[in-house]
Design a binder for this molecule. Sequence first.
Ligand code: HPA
Ligand SMILES: [Zn+2]
Length: 339
Amino acid sequence: MSVETLMTLAEKMPKTELHLHIEGTFEPEQMFALAERNQIPLKYSTVEDLKAAYQFTNLQDFLDLYYQGMSVLLKEADFYDLTMAYLTKVHQENVVHVEIFFDPQGHLSRGVDFEPQISGIYKALKEAEEQWGMTSKLIMSFLRHLSEDSAFETLELAKPYLDWIDGVGLDSSEIGHPPEKFARVFKACQELGLKVTAHAGEEGPADYVWQAIDLIQVDRIDHGNRALEDEQLVKQIKARNLTLTVCPLSNLKLCVVDDLTDHPIKHMLKLGLNATVNSDDPAYFGGYMVDNYHALIKESDLSKAELHQLAKNSIVGSWMSADTKQRHLTTLDQLFSTY
Ligand code: HPA
Ligand SMILES: [Zn+2]
């Protein structure tokens, strides 16, 4: 099958996004507009200057800019506008379901209460469901460079909103902040009925993926690239049927991989792991869902069978109801059978 046909299939197929930081969808143009609306000065004087700064050599380089960027988000309307802009964009790409992270501590530390953050995001998610039937899950992510106490305080603030929150995650600077540090917080979250996922094995070692599985009992692993360094770990991920939310363009921009020609996602598929394609922080990494699929198709010689498998994995690995999964899988299989 030609590259062009595969790219068309990637555009048309129903997609789910399982690894997306809503603050990472902040496009420079919208950032400048909200900075002006809220009268907050930005460090960069033009959109071009800001975009030119998006050259990262590692995760921390990016995180420094990411936290700076979110500093203009103050009110409920800002969180709503940010979320709605993202949902509008991916609806046009045939994304039918999203599971998005938000980073409450990144806003609480600037004096922005929990309520406007979650209300703005949640309203946009519900509106997308009413307008387009796009379903969603909301994942509150703990910043791992902060303390366990801070995570527990955030969980307390979240308690009145648990009906709106489906799961918890762990993100930010990985190295030096192993999952172990948050084992007790995640246990408390599980006791509240929340699903659990964690970034592990993006920059951090395979041991952090082991910790996410053994000490946090994750339902999913975000990234997981470095799990491939450990054969026993690969076996364990398979035995537990865990989904890996892989982010190709993010990996490229953060120098987690040198190029996409030999990306770990291809190896994961060959090993029978449930790998999925996701965009992570699309405004910073140069692409949304379709861009990520297109980059893989162009650079890594993805086959039709592999594309189909990736799309299936992301439906199956989502936290949607079994009925909804089945509906999307049927549509997906029908589409692939016509090509
Ligand atoms: O890719 C990421 N890794 C870790 N933390 C993050 N926070 C936003 N994006 C990321
Ligand atoms: Zn991420």
